[in-house]
Write a protein that binds this ligand. Structure first.
Ligand SMILES: *Cc1c(COP(=O)(O)O)cnc(C)c1O
Length: 350
């Protein structure tokens, strides 16, 4: 299963969906019903599971668009079965088990009854049972091992009943890389499909899987580029941007870029991030505004308005990785990628 939720982690759900299906994915994972509907309305026919469940008022959309449901208790299953019966349809369902994330899912106590209900409902089709890890990216494997044991115990419990357990799945990107014993019938990577790593802890596992030759590295799918909008000569001791947080320490050349927090350039990056211009790193200075930010190009005398600026990606021999930007913003690559603003045009290069 290729996870394409949150608009394909900010890359654009539809083009990413087409790419992963062409590359061999069997099915897709989305976050909410509306994301599944959007894919269907654009002609996607592969199975699409709504990983995070649904509200009762979304059941008609689920059924009408043949999306695969996630359920974790009997009342969800009953509502779904009743409506599917009224429409004379059958809905594929996956049962979510909470093994320690404390977020979504049933407990192993209520699952055998739920599985039984689904099995005996002719309007539901049990297609999977799954769980989600909370710490598969962390160095310490203790809790992931515990979650895996709980998941396995749940599967055993279901298997002891009359009804066979449906295919099991639990591996996100990190578990796919680090815990081969978590692969079961299917894996559900998201982030690594987009060429980013959850954490440095996964580098050894990735190297082991791919070999450490340069051409086999994960390649970031997204590059984020802009251009210099204006160049200003600003004398030493002058404040820049909102709140006068930055004062020039020398006579400076400052380039203004048409990118701000409304484009996903988190304000927490103010004064911490760099961009690439003419293949060189230059510092961002002053508070990042809604639509604009400034960079110090004093050491690059050749710069002109219109020159290319790389926010994420490669320019010459330098590169800025999403992992680096996430560190500066004290967040994770996921958030940086899926917060790139909708007004930033996505351009797809096959
Ligand atoms: C988002 C998500 C994934 C993918 O996680 P990554 O860490 O991006 O690989 C897998 N399963 C579920 C249930 C998810 O919500």
């Amino acid at each position: 299963m290729a996870v394409v939720k949150a608009d394909g982690y900010g890359h654009g759900a539809l083009p990413c969906t087409r790419a992963v299906l062409a590359a061999g994915a069997d099915c897709l994972g989305v976050g909410i019903v509306a994301e599944g509907v959007e894919l269907r309305e654009n002609g996607v026919q592969a199975p699409i599971q709504v990983l995070t469940g649904h509200f009762p008022n979304e059941i008609d959309d689920l059924i009408q668009h043949e999306l695969t449901a996630t359920v974790w208790n009997s009342s969800m299953a009953k509502d779904l079965a009743n409506r599917a019966a009224e429409c004379d349809r059958q809905v594929g369902v996956h049962v979510k088990v909470d093994t320690g994330m404390g977020r979504l899912g049933g407990t192993s106590d209520n699952l055998p009854a739920l599985m039984e209900f689904i099995h005996h409902s002719k309007n539901l089709r049990a297609e999977g049972v799954f769980t989600h890890f909370s710490t598969a990216d962390e160095e310490d494997s203790e809790f992931t091992t515990l979650q895996l044991e709980r998941f396995q115990a749940t599967l055993n419990k279901i298997n002891q009943g009359e009804i066979p357990a449906p295919p099991a799945h639990c591996a996100n990107s990190s578990a796919l890389l680090r815990y081969p014993e978590s692969h079961f019938s299917m894996v559900r990577p998201g982030l690594i499909l987009y060429g980013a790593l959850t954490s440095k802890n996964l580098e050894p596992a990735l190297d082991k899987l791919l070999g450490s030759t340069a051409e086999k590295k994960l390649r970031p799918v997204m590059a984020w580029k802009t251009q210099i909008l204006q160049i200003n000569k600003i004398s030493k001791g002058s404040p820049l941007s909102y709140g006068k947080k930055f004062i020039t320490r020398r006579d400076s050349t400052i380039a203004t870029l048409p990118v701000g927090y409304a484009d996903g350039l988190n304000r927490a990056l103010s004064g911490k991030m760099s961009v690439l211009i003419h293949g060189q790193r230059v510092s961002q200075v002053g508070t990042i505004c809604m639509d604009l930010c400034m960079v110090d190009v004093t050491d690059l005398p050749q710069v002109r308005a219109g020159d290319e600026v790389v926010i994420l990606g490669r320019q010459g021999s330098e590169a800025i990785a999403v992992e680096e930007m996430a560190d500066h913003a004290r967040t994770i690559p996921y958030e940086i990628l899926c917060c790139v603003g909708k007004r930033v045009p996505r351009i797809y290069i096959p």
